[in-house]
Design a protein around this ligand. Structure first.
Ligand code: NAD
Length: 322
């Protein structure tokens, strides 16, 4: 009989890609989420719709499961994260507390937590020429927002479940994951998807809005690399948190220009407007990733943005919006 995996947040962006990936690796997969995938049908063998803030849902989800991939989170881009800090901490803490306890009680063999680059201290991310973040930089802790603090608590929870119960835990710190089938409007979308939507909807010769002065920097990792890295980490024996991200740093203005190129829109300009920007600069240091997994993300930003742009433009066209 094939091994059984649970993916929480399986109705979300990375979760639904991970379900597809695990099925291709031969796993039987149960998904759980408070909603079914927004774009297309799930590939999961079984899909539970439920709220993981309720411990009974977490217990039902973990029953008979060999490995858990904990991706469920109340989250969004900078606009969302900076608006509702109490709700984010409350909801995500409940989800993570319930899920890991249910997994331990069900005798789950291996537990994966999707953590985030948002756990890194704000004061080492205050210049656009961002020093790449190493795993060891997490402490002394000073994340920028409640989302980062909660992820840090969830990381510690994994460490303590290992210490107290011997549970095998794996923790990835994702850095700005993007790709097709991610949210692209409604207020929770991230920068690459928002940029693709704005470009697809821009009139000829128009300008695309960028929050802030556009020189804040980030690195962006394509979703296929993210799920492959996640699976490789799960198969490794590495219990410490590990970055999964790209180490190619770009400004948000450069990101906009790359999307213009992907769309073949050399008629567009950039208009800087007020908006939440997050930290000034953030990059992933992949030294540890290469050492531990002998692997790192491979999909170029140009190729990834082309795939993402095409998908969002088609979605908008199908909705009659573009
Ligand atoms: P997403 O919002 O698309 O997926 C999260 C899913 O969790 C959603 O489908 C949502 O419905 C579900 N969820 C929220 N609250 C729930 C609840 N109470 N019960 C059950 N399900 C609930 O986000 P994503 O981009 O796919 O992110 C997946 C994971 O990766 C999250 O833990 C996120 O914090 C982490 N992460 C993502 C990124 C990124 O750039 N996308 C970066 C760092 C970390």
């Amino acid at each position: 009989m094939s091994q059984r995996a649970l993916v929480t947040g399986a109705g979300g962006f990375i979760g639904s890609h991970l379900v597809t990936y695990l099925r291709r690796q031969g796993w039987w997969v149960r998904g759980v989420d408070q909603k079914r995938p927004e774009f297309g049908e799930t590939d999961a063998d079984e899909f539970l719709v439920g709220d993981l803030r309720d411990p009974a849902v977490a217990t039902a989800a973990c029953e008979g499961i060999d490995e858990v991939y904990a991706l469920a989170a109340d989250m969004g881009g900078m606009g969302f994260i900076s608006r509702d800090p109490a709700t984010i901490l409350h909801n995500n803490a409940l989800i993570n507390l319930n899920t890991i306890r249910a997994a331990q009680q069900a005798g789950v063999g291996r537990y994966f937590l999707a953590s985030s680059a948002c756990i890194y201290p704000e004061h080492i991310q205050d210049t656009p020429d961002a020093t790449a973040l190493r795993e060891a930089d997490a402490f002394p802790a000073n994340p920028q927002d409640s989302y980062g603090w909660e992820k840090l608590m969830a990381e510690l929870l994994c460490r303590y479940y290992h210490e107290q119960y011997g549970m095998e835990v794996r923790v990835a710190r994702y850095h700005n994951i993007y790709g097709p089938e991610g949210t692209y409007d409604g207020g929770r979308e991230k920068a690459p998807a928002a940029m693709c939507r704005k470009v697809a909807l821009a009139p000829a010769g128009g300008a695309v809005e960028v929050w802030g002065d556009g020189s804040q920097t980030r690195s962006f990792c394509y979703v296929d690399d993210c799920v492959e890295g996640t699976y490789r980490l799960m198969r490794s024996d590495h219990r410490e948190p590990l970055n999964i991200g790209s180490d190619r740093l770009v400004t948000i203005d450069e990101l906009a220009r790359l999307v213009f190129a992907a769309a073949g829109r050399d008629d567009l300009g950039i208009e800087h407007v007020d908006g939440p920007q997050g930290v000034r600069g953030r990059n992933s240091d992949n030294t540890e990733l290469r050492r531990v997994l002998g692997w790192e993300p491979a999909v170029s930003l140009e190729k990834g943005l082309l795939e993402t742009y095409r998908w969002i433009a088609e979605e908008l066209a199908a909705r009659g919006a573009a």
